[in-house]
Design a protein around this ligand. Structure first.
Ligand SMILES: C[S@@+](CC[C@H](N)C(=O)[O-])C[C@H]1O[C@@H](n2cnc3c(N)ncnc32)[C@H](O)[C@@H]1O
Length: 346
């Protein structure tokens, strides 16, 4: 097929096709005498993939790597691109909401510079929180041994005491129906999400760690895995019946936990449920008491572990939920493991 025909068939221009050739993405055969290019069926398929990836925002250089790197599948690349687009989309939404606020506070001939500045600072802070979260714990490295490590007993501080009980309680409490969609955030190797599969529930697992997602997919191919973040979920608005999460939220400081709860609310359907089991204290006084108890018995490891992460103050989370119109129930399995169940009524 000649370039003109190809361009017509794929709804593009000869110029774009020559551009991809110059960039080394395609190399159709060329007639040395007249410089005509001849495209085979295989060239056409490759070109249509390039055009499709360009359409969903892939830069040309990334497409080249993707088509030539056998170590990563197209699905993995698409997953990465999807998260990147969701992050951009969420950033744009925040910017639009800020402009809406500015417009609301402006009359035809006056505005308050102080208000504008405060709104802009808030936006700047949000952007920086979303960008700056880093995985200090290196979950990619933990993925292969994670399931074995959580079974180990005999540590002076065992954060996984009550793990099985908490996961079972989440499933029991949410009591989802066949055909419902459940989102597990920080899914890790899929220990919680997979418990919903037998009931005919669609499970989407989000995690920031590529290796955790690989492990999860290997163990539970039915789970749909998506690379993404608590603070910018790669999920459309109001599209899931339940959000669940176990042992993950405590990797976010309190200020970020609130943004995570807002994200959960965004993706939840009306009447949806959120159930979180995690390392948490009932409140500030409880935290101080538990730490004092560890100090009294000289358990320095426990104190250091608690200081290294962001165990929640359950009362702050339940306040947030009730202010947002959720009905809440909460439990404490032991001195460090708690659960919040919240149901939305609109
Ligand atoms: C301790 S593991 C728990 C895994 C699983 N939920 C379980 O109960 O076994 C924590 C998981 O949360 C993920 N995670 C931590 N912070 C996250 C964040 N900000 N966004 C998305 N995932 C996160 C980690 O990558 C890891 O897979």
């Amino acid at each position: 097929m000649l370039i003109k025909e190809v361009a017509e068939k794929l709804n593009t221009t000869a110029r774009s096709i020559r551009f991809y050739e110059e960039k080394g993405l395609i190399s159709p055969k060329k007639d040395e005498e007249n410089d005509y290019r001849y495209f085979t069926e295989k060239d056409l398929l490759r070109l249509s993939t390039i055009l499709a990836l360009r359409e969903v925002g892939f830069p040309v250089n990334e497409i080249k790597v993707l088509l030539e790197d056998p170590s990563m599948s197209i699905q993995q690349y698409l997953n990465i691109q999807r998260s990147a687009l969701y992050e951009k989309w969420i950033e744009m939404r925040d910017m639009i909401e800020t402009i809406d606020e500015m417009v609301d506070r402006t009359t035809e001939d006056s505005y308050l510079p102080k208000d504008f500045y405060a709104l802009a600072q808030h936006l700047k802070n949000l952007k920086s929180i979303r960008k700056n979260w880093t995985d200090r714990w290196n979950f990619d490295q933990q993925a292969s041994d994670y399931d074995e490590n959580i079974k180990k007993q005999g540590f002076s501080f065992n954060v996984h005491e009550g793990y099985d009980q908490a996961l079972a309680r989440i499933v029991e409490k949410t009591s989802l129906q066949p055909g419902n969609t459940c989102l597990d955030i920080g899914i890790g190797t899929g220990n919680l999400g997979s418990k919903f599969l037998q009931d005919g529930i669609k499970v989407i697992g989000v995690d920031q760690s590529e290796k955790m997602l690989e492990k999860c997919k290997e163990k539970h191919p039915q789970i749909e895995t998506r690379k993404g973040h608590f603070l910018a979920l790669p999920i459309l608005d109001h599209s899931v019946d339940a959000v669940v999460s176990s042992y993950a939220l405590h990797h976010l400081p309190d200020e970020e936990k609130v943004i995570a709860l807002e994200e959960m609310t965004r993706v939840l359907k009306p009447n949806g449920q959120i159930c979180i089991a995690d390392l948490m204290f009932t409140d500030k006084v409880h935290r101080e008491k538990v730490i004092a108890d560890f100090q009294a018995v000289g358990n320095q490891i426990a104190i250091e572990c608690i200081a290294d992460e962001y165990y929640a103050d359950r009362s702050l989370l339940t306040n947030w939920f009730s202010n947002c119109g959720y009905q809440i129930e909460s439990y404490q399995f032991n001195r460090i493991l708690g659960m919040i169940y919240a149901r939305r009524h609109k």
